[in-house]
Design a protein around this ligand. Sequence first.
Ligand SMILES: Nc1nc2c(c(=O)[nH]1)N[C@H]1C(S)=C(S)[C@@H](COP(=O)(O)OP(=O)(O)OC[C@H]3O[C@@H](n4cnc5c(=O)[nH]c(N)nc54)[C@H](O)[C@@H]3O)O[C@H]1N2
Ligand SMILES: Nc1nc2c(c(=O)[nH]1)N[C@H]1C(S)=C(S)[C@@H](COP(=O)(O)OP(=O)(O)OC[C@H]3O[C@@H](n4cnc5c(=O)[nH]c(N)nc54)[C@H](O)[C@@H]3O)O[C@H]1N2
Ligand SMILES: [Mo]
Length: 766
Amino acid sequence: MSERKVPGIDEYDGAAGGWGALAAVARAVKGQMAVGRETAALRRVNQPTGFDCPGCAWPDPQHTSSFEFCENGAKAVSWEATGKRATPDFFARHTLAELWEWSDHALEDEGRLTHPMAYDADADRYMPIGWDEAFARIGAALRALPHPDMAEFYTSGRTSNEAAFLYQLMVREYGTNNFPDCSNMCHEATSVGLPASIGVGKGTVTLDDFALCDALFSFGHNPGTNHPRMLSTLREVSKRGVPIVAVNPLRERGLERFTSPQHPGEMLTNTATPIAQTYYQVKIGGDLALLKGMMKWLLEADAADLAAGGAGVLDHAFIAEHTEGLDALRDDLARTSWDDVVAQSGLSRDDIAAAGRLYARAERVILCYGMGMTQHRRGTQNVQQMANLLLLRGNIGKPGAGIAPIRGHSNVQGDRTVGITEKPTQALVDAIRQRYGFAFPLTHGHDAVDAVRAIRDGRSRALVCMGGNLAVAMPDPDTTIPAMRNLDLAVHIATKLNRSHLIPARQAFLLPCLGRTERDVQASGLQSVTVEDSMSMVHASQGGLPPASEHLLSEPAIVAGIAKATLPQTKVDWDGLVGDYDRIRDDIEAVFPIFRDFNRRVREPGGFRLYIGASERDWGAAGKARFLVAPGLGEDPASEGDALLTLTTVRSHDQYNTTIYGFDDRYRGVSGRRDVVFLNRDDMVARGLQSGDRIEVESRVGDAVRRLSGFIAVEYDLPRGSAAMYYPEGNRLVPLDSHDPHSGTPAYKSIPVVVSKLDDPAVHAS
Ligand SMILES: Nc1nc2c(c(=O)[nH]1)N[C@H]1C(S)=C(S)[C@@H](COP(=O)(O)OP(=O)(O)OC[C@H]3O[C@@H](n4cnc5c(=O)[nH]c(N)nc54)[C@H](O)[C@@H]3O)O[C@H]1N2
Ligand SMILES: Nc1nc2c(c(=O)[nH]1)N[C@H]1C(S)=C(S)[C@@H](COP(=O)(O)OP(=O)(O)OC[C@H]3O[C@@H](n4cnc5c(=O)[nH]c(N)nc54)[C@H](O)[C@@H]3O)O[C@H]1N2
Ligand SMILES: [Mo]
């Protein structure tokens, strides 16, 4: 293969972190221009009395005394605390048709929204509107729907517990359980998969466990980019000599080595701490096969050891006392052939045995995982097989061991805890009836995929979004977006302009809210909100900056405004609750007893941890943890001779979900562009491709053909048969119906595709 130079493509041979990260922060802050404002914000991030970083859901060390440096957290904060403003004047200058042609980056880069706006169809523009009039028109439109189930209420995971609780209360009093949620695209496989295994749909470890583990497995997540503060923890684990095993088709720099900006020694000498001791480049979608292979190895080693008079490799006492279902798992693994495991995982039998051996030698194992495991048609089963692996050696519910789903949005876990769920329980119905005196149906509402289907089919006529960018985040925008244009009502509560806001329904409203970094003053004075991180720690967050505009309302205040206008007979004292968020927390505690003594405990430094039964080996109603069987080996990764590749979609280092900060992906050696498809060298040779060639990518799922062109091939270190590109660009290749049947999680990370060279000059020209 020629060593052709492709603009913007170069190998990155540094460590994660280091000076590059500091320089990137300086650029991010400078790019947003109101320097005093952002740096003031940065000093208050994740401090005992500051605000919770909107960057990710990784927990804070208990007694944070100085600003914990995080490049991507700093980007998230500066992006919100920017000096730029998208004012009514800006909207007067541009029609929506015109703005539609802008990039996602350019839209958000206009800065913070400053005024409530309503869509004017004749002018094709957003025009300023007063809050009261906006609420009145939204309320009238919601009341005009023939049935409450014809409205969808989306939540993105930045929403605080207080705002989310009020939001679900309003929606339930209105009369529907239609709660599409970003979690449906993210860790739903965890929320659905883990309760059946261990009785709770959340992780079982805390940060303290990381100081005690003696092996750590990382499956399918990219902490260097998406949870940079986690690198400090992984660095400590590595420094203790604890083996870290990474399972990822791509070699991610943050999993390989890290130079900690917190440690001047490393910075000055330009040295790095190695992170993963072993790196298994599994095929995309091959994790289920690897997990089954490891368990098969464990069972075989156990049998051999017992036969030789040993105590076995499994934790037999734990299994007997705490679990059920091992026999069925044994049968499944006995039926699974080593040849198939090797073919489907893309790893050799020796590698799998080595992973099994390393796992078996450790007494306290933590297994972390992210989107590389959940966003597959077998996402729920991936999660359950990870739990199986841990249960075989009693690695749940003891110090230094457990399962650690690494959540995305900073309060995505909390939103679910305080009632954002399309599947309410009888307990919730009863608790709300008792507290407020109204009943709501127990029937299941829509999750994200169902909501978009209902919009597509005209069954839903209204969409209210508490943050997020639903149209861009979901699969199949070519179907979703035209359908959204036919809605009667679209309401977006947001900080910054994005593409979803440009899809005008018959009536559309853009309601600007306070961000995390900003002071929220209500009748009783300065308020704080609360959030729950990936490890079930709940703590307070209080912004310190003046609001980006005097016209902003807090999210709770906006919900209350819509609620009062929609529900004239409401049984809820909306003004009282919004006037004092302590009262919202009292109500949260009344409805969800797990928040016992909420207002007192959240005022303790560092907050408190919600009870997680499995951490204490309390397995919930079932009384036992359960080994669960997932028949077969998974995603049918494309075989080598085949024309099909399996494509995954990932985040670049310079984005926050659909928010594109910039066009660099430093650790993957990409700068100034996002139009790349990473391919294995042999797959490129087989297709006559060189790095830099223009290609067409065609997905082969379902009936419709979905094609993308305007991308280039880039040779990358990933397994044969696997390919990767960026999210959200890849979403046009994913049909809405391609999702995990159990959790509804879209299969964003296993898209069968055909990649071909675009050499037809006619095509080139178009
Ligand atoms: N800076 C920044 N921080 C973020 C976000 C952001 O966009 N930017 N997003 C937030 C959100 S909402 C979330 S959910 C998290 C996401 O954080 P991650 O879970 O790290 O998300 P992804 O970037 O989607 O990448 C997942 C990783 O999975 C790997 N992978 C892909 N397919 C497979 C597979 O089949 N098997 C295995 N084993 N691995 C695979 C990819 O190579 C990649 O390293 O981050 C949160 N934090
Ligand atoms: N192909 C592919 N698609 C994916 C994924 C993938 O890995 N691959 N990942 C999926 C995942 S894990 C997720 S979580 C979803 C993300 O889906 P979403 O959560 O819907 O999307 P975001 O891009 O995080 O939303 C960004 C917008 O949130 C608004 N916002 C920011 N801060 C605030 C705030 O404080 N309050 C309010 N009200 N609004 C605010 C801004 O207007 C901003 O434009 O995407 C999913 N889509
Ligand atoms: Mo996410």
